[in-house]
Design a binder for this molecule. Structure first.
Ligand SMILES: Nc1nc2c(ncn2[C@@H]2O[C@H](COP(=O)(O)OP(=O)(O)OP(=O)(O)O)[C@@H](O)[C@H]2O)c(=O)[nH]1
Ligand SMILES: [Mg+2]
Length: 370
């Protein structure tokens, strides 16, 4: 993979540069907003730093390659996919070895807890830290701990890791609530749930803008919810429409922005968003991820959206999984907390404002079930 780092004033400019070099198939490997120090805290400048990569096309099978006639075949082919795969496998193996070495230092009665956390999909690093903590405390107190005592240590460790991150639903301090995320994760349904609660429980005047104009059904889906809530919907096909929608909904307390689910691993779709939505508005942006997605894919999506100042995550489809470890891994790795989690299709019932204590209880639940 070819990689290159770009710095630009805005995400849009950075994306343009990436696209000029690598085209539509570029992958964003990381993105960050960097602030220059400025003079005595004045003249601070924000810029966006993006690392992008491009996978070079590998050998096509139909190419007449005769390995025995070409001594370099094995090595050239290996440099591409094979090597990357081997590296990945080796890293995974090393991690597992390190982890089991750590586990083997621990007494037998700690294993059910660590095995439970593994099943929950908590990262090896996280589990090792918890194991170490229990081990150190046992050493210090020169005794084995009961399951209850271990549970409390794990709970305490998880709480310390999570307590400084932001948790809880919309703040109601910002007028615009922007909901982003890949296809089909539950963005529109979740918007309807949050909006209904804002209207029913907080008596807010709500409105909607949808920028999801790729499918007629998407507009209709949002309209159906908006009609039930007797709230206006504006459709924005381009940035001019978006500005007009903002003006039309000026009297609203809260405006929910629904976006199209696209394959956001591709730069061009992320770039489309920046062209359409005015991210400089007084806006809270949430990234919606489904707990049924693969963790590796979620990680890439989070990287792609980092420069959008994601306030918090929203995790959906909790009802369709029994392992919620990846949620903790993502929060810890990116220092982003969680606003809500959803656990069903019913609007507005199936949504809960997240707090870390409840999530930790859910993660540890069943640790000692035989
Ligand atoms: N089981 C379950 N299903 C959910 C949950 N949230 C949403 N869904 C379902 O997931 C499907 C997709 O939901 P949408 O809200 O249309 O998802 P979206 O992200 O807006 O989809 P696109 O706009 O196409 O990207 C629908 O069938 C929802 O009912 C949840 O928490 N649990
Ligand atoms: Mg949608």
């Amino acid at each position: 993979m070819k990689m290159k780092k770009y710095t630009a004033e805005t995400m849009v400019d950075a994306m343009k540069k990436v696209r000029a070099d690598f085209g539509d198939d570029a992958l964003i490997l990381s993105s960050n907003v960097v602030k220059s120090k400025g003079f005595l805290g004045f003249f601070k400048k924000k810029s966006v730093e993006v690392v992008a990569g491009f996978d070079e096309p590998t050998l096509k099978m139909e190419e007449p390659v005769l390995p025995f006639l070409s001594p370099s075949f094995e090595s050239t082919d290996k440099t591409s996919i094979e090597l990357k795969k081997e590296m990945f496998e080796m890293k995974t193996m090393l991690k597992e070895m390190q982890q089991s070495a750590n586990h083997s230092r621990l007494p037998e009665n700690v294993k059910p807890l660590l095995t439970h956390l593994e099943k929950q999909g908590l990262s090896a690093e996280f589990i090792t830290q918890i194991g170490e903590e229990i081990f150190d405390r046992m050493k210090a107190e020169k005794k084995d701990f009961t399951h209850e005592e271990q549970y409390l240590i794990a709970k305490d460790f998880l709480e310390r890791t999570m307590r400084d991150l932001p948790f809880g639903g919309v703040s109601f301090n910002k007028k615009y609530i922007n909901v982003l995320g890949p296809t089909g994760v539950g963005k529109t349904t979740t918007i309807a749930k949050i909006a209904a609660r804002a209207l029913l429980e907080k008596k807010k005047k709500i409105g909607f803008i949808t920028t999801d104009t790729y499918r007629i059904a998407a507009i209709e889906q949002l309209r159906t919810y908006a009609n039930l809530l007797q709230a206006p919907v504006e459709v924005a096909y381009n940035s001019q429409d978006f500005e007009k929608a903002i003006a039309k909904l000026a009297d609203r307390d809260l405006i929910f922005i629904d976006t199209a689910g696209r394959n956001y691993k591709e730069v061009k779709f992320v770039e489309d968003l920046t062209k359409l939505i005015d991210f400089s508005l007084d806006m809270e942006s949430f990234l919606v991820l489904s707990m049924t997605s693969k963790e590796q894919d979620m990680k890439i999506i989070v990287e792609q959206f980092k420069a959008f100042s994601i306030e918090k995550f929203i995790f959906t489809k909790m009802d369709e999984t029994s392992s919620i470890g990846p949620m903790f891994n993502l929060m810890k790795d990116h220092s982003i907390g969680t606003a809500y989690y959803t656990d069903g299709q019913e609007v507005p019932e199936d949504i809960t404002e997240a707090d870390y204590q409840t999530l930790i209880t859910l993660l540890l639940k069943g640790a000692y079930d035989a």
